[in-house]
Design a protein around this ligand. Structure first.
Ligand SMILES: [Zn+2]
Length: 246
């Protein structure tokens, strides 16, 4: 009889404690988050020139499929930096219970794109709760720090999502700053509202572009080039995502 009681107690405890533990340890359980590692290494490969020349009207202007991105003065391509941070961010978010999907699954000279409108379409199809597009800027060398881009209201394009995008952008700025990331020193605000970004304009789910830092700045470039620095960027981005869902 004693054994039976012990088993019943264990079952009762198991059923009552498990959901509590999950809520504490896995605050992102049930959330679908799309990570978009900006650009692709093969975008600069001449053999993909035709694919890269595709254009689409984005509600504001006609823009190309995708671009090559910037690089550090030492030659670290933005696409590679974005990719490495994206993988680290994926691990951090998955550890908190999120379902994470990536708009590209490799960083290769032998691959191109996907086009920016397809990246947004990927998040739409995934019915993502949030999409984080990871980028790094190529500004004047004196500039450093991160900024977050959200879209302007464009009728028939972003009016349905502009408030949610703004909420996500503010949460990213708050979470990242609290975690130790330095906001931009070369823009008047870490919140940048733009109408020309296809990734934002084609998206129907909360989406922001995070310019994590300036690849042409010595200090930012040094952080971006080391494993420890890439982990920092991932942790800062994760802090922003956590802030959004808290
Ligand atoms: Zn970029």
């Amino acid at each position: 009889m004693k054994r039976v009681v012990t088993a019943l107690v264990a079952i009762a405890l198991g059923f009552t404690l498990a959901p509590v533990a999950r809520a504490v340890d896995q605050p992102l359980a049930g959330r679908v988050i799309v990570i978009d590692p900006g650009h692709q290494l093969g975008n600069s490969n001449p053999k993909f020139a035709k694919q890269m020349s595709a254009t689409k009207f984005n509600g504001s202007i006609v823009k190309g499929c995708n671009t090559t991105g910037t690089a550090t003065n030492q030659g670290l391509p933005e696409s590679t930096f974005n990719w490495k941070v994206a993988k680290r961010l994926r691990a951090l978010l998955e550890a908190q219970g999120a379902t994470v999907r990536m708009t590209r699954t490799a960083n290769s000279r032998e691959q191109w794109g996907p086009c920016v409108w397809d990246r947004a379409g990927f998040a739409n199809d995934a019915k993502a709760d949030a999409m984080i597009s990871i980028h790094a800027d190529g500004a004047a060398s004196s500039g450093h720090g991160f900024h977050v881009i959200a879209p302007t209201a464009i009728k028939g394009w972003t009016t349905d999502i502009v408030k949610a995008d703004r909420r996500l952008a503010r949460a990213m700025i708050t979470g990242m700053t609290r975690a130790g990331a330095q906001p931009t020193n070369y823009l008047s605000s870490p919140l940048s509202i733009r109408g020309d970004q296809s990734t934002l304009n084609f998206s129907n789910v909360p989406t922001v572009i995070v310019e994590t830092g300036n690849m042409r700045n010595k200090a930012d470039a040094a952080r971006m080039s080391s494993s420890a620095g890439q982990q920092k960027y991932a942790e800062w981005l994760a802090a922003g995502v956590e802030q959004f869902f808290s």
